[in-house]
Write a protein that binds this ligand. Structure first.
Ligand code: NAP
Ligand code: ZN
Ligand code: ZN
Length: 349
């Protein structure tokens, strides 16, 4: 076993604190990765606080991992020591179900193995995420980080990037479409950049009027402050596609009214369930759908897409010692636009 420092939550109410965890020696088809950066996703907050239920403690969060290969198993052919690599939200899946065979491992019929707060395929070994020094992962669940992407700005692509890229692609967003991105946080700001790169006309819908300038700087064509009581009336029937990234409760029905006939709203944010007004869908033959991250093949496609266009996340790099403060700021929507932990800080106390 390999011992590595990490930050963990001991329970739903405890702050994250320094600890030590064990990683396995890489098996024949596994790689050991020295973690350089790890993004902080709002899902980390939901899970650390057990907002989704079933949390396992101690919990080492983190599923936006980038680093370099430190060691490879005897049969590994895809990777060599020193390669810049990434690990996203899952580290394994059954590999034989229809979803896995289709390259949509996130929808594995037997359940994907989450990078943290999950169990390995043996059904008993807990998984620990990227707020740590090293991780051992099967080579098939590792992504290549293209040379031109700076590692800190690449980390958030492993969750925020793919979670917004996948529905834009799956639902066929194309040049000229009117796209609204709801919520300008980690996911939302990548949604803006990616939809813009696909040629869409992009509008940010935000409950933070102070984000207007940033939204336009990030590439949005328009900005609507949703706190303005006239916003929903003035923009009724305007968009072909709405990507809803909001992490807190809000009224889906109001946003559905902003879709054109045959428009689609996709939920990627994961707050508590909200009541749905059937007429909001029926009037205008509108669609409401959801989407979960993306498979390994599509995640690699997204990384290459970002590298070709010079797209990365807007990051605020923090030492791991600042993680609890970062969580507090994220709960207040005070993040511009992704915290990324520099794991070199694990060496100092
Ligand atoms: P984030 O950085 O905290 O951004 C969430 C944004 O939601 C905020 O910046 C804010 O944007 C908006 N918001 C927050 N509270 C709000 C409120 N009370 N009313 C209206 N808007 C509010 O979070 P994130 O990391 O992007 O994650 C967003 C959500 O997606 C989380 O629920 C997360 O668990 C989920 N998620 C889902 C997947 C998936 O596969 N489906 C993957 C990753 C994350 P404004 O200030 O602009 O309004
Ligand atoms: Zn995430
Ligand atoms: Zn499967």
């Amino acid at each position: 076993m390999l011992v590595t420092p990490a930050y963990a939550a001991a329970s739903a109410n405890s702050p994250l604190a320094r600890t030590v965890i064990e990683r396995r020696e890489p098996g024949p088809r596994e790689v050991l990765i020295d973690i350089r950066y790890c993004g902080v996703c709002h899902s980390d907050l939901h899970q650390v606080s057990d907002e989704w239920g079933g949390a396992r403690y101690p919990m080492v969060p983190g599923h936006e991992i980038v680093g370099t290969v430190a060691q490879v198993g005897a049969e590994v052919r895809r990777w060599k020591v020193g390669d810049a690599v990434g690990v996203g939200c899952f580290v394994d899946s059954c590999r034989v179900c229809e979803a896995c065979l289709a390259g949509e491992e996130q929808y594995c019929e037997r359940g994907m193995t989450g990078t943290y707060n999950s169990l390995e395929r043996d059904g008993k070994s807990p998984t620990y995420g990227g707020y740590s020094g090293r991780i051992t992962v099967d080579e098939a669940y590792v992504l290549r980080i293209p040379d031109s992407l700076p590692l800190d700005r690449a980390a958030p692509l492993l969750c925020a990037g793919i979670t917004t890229y996948s529905p834009l692609r799956h639902f066929g967003v194309k040049a000229g479409d009117g796209v609204a991105v709801v919520g300008l946080g980690g996911l939302g700001h990548m949604g803006v950049k990616l939809a813009k790169a696909m040629g869409a006309h992009v509008t940010v819908l935000s409950h933070s009027p102070s984000k207007r300038e940033d939204a336009l700087r990030l590439g949005a064509d328009d900005f609507v402050a949703t706190g303005d009581p006239r916003a929903f009336k003035q923009n009724a029937g305007r968009f072909d596609f709405i990507l809803d990234t909001v992490s807190a409760e809000h009224d889906y029905n109001a946003y559905l009214g902003l879709l054109r006939r045959d428009g689609t709203m996709v939920l990627v944010g994961l707050p508590e369930a909200m009541p749905l007004d059937s007429s909001a869908l029926i009037m205008g033959r509108r669609r409401l759908a959801g989407s979960l991250i993306g498979g390994i093949r599509e995640t690699q496609e997204m990384l290459d897409f970002c590298a070709e266009r010079g797209l990365g996340a807007e990051v605020e790099v923090i030492p791991i010692q600042a993680i609890n403060e970062a969580y507090a700021r994220m709960r207040l929507s005070d993040v511009r636009y992704r915290f990324v932990i520099d794991l070199a800080s694990l060496k100092s106390r």
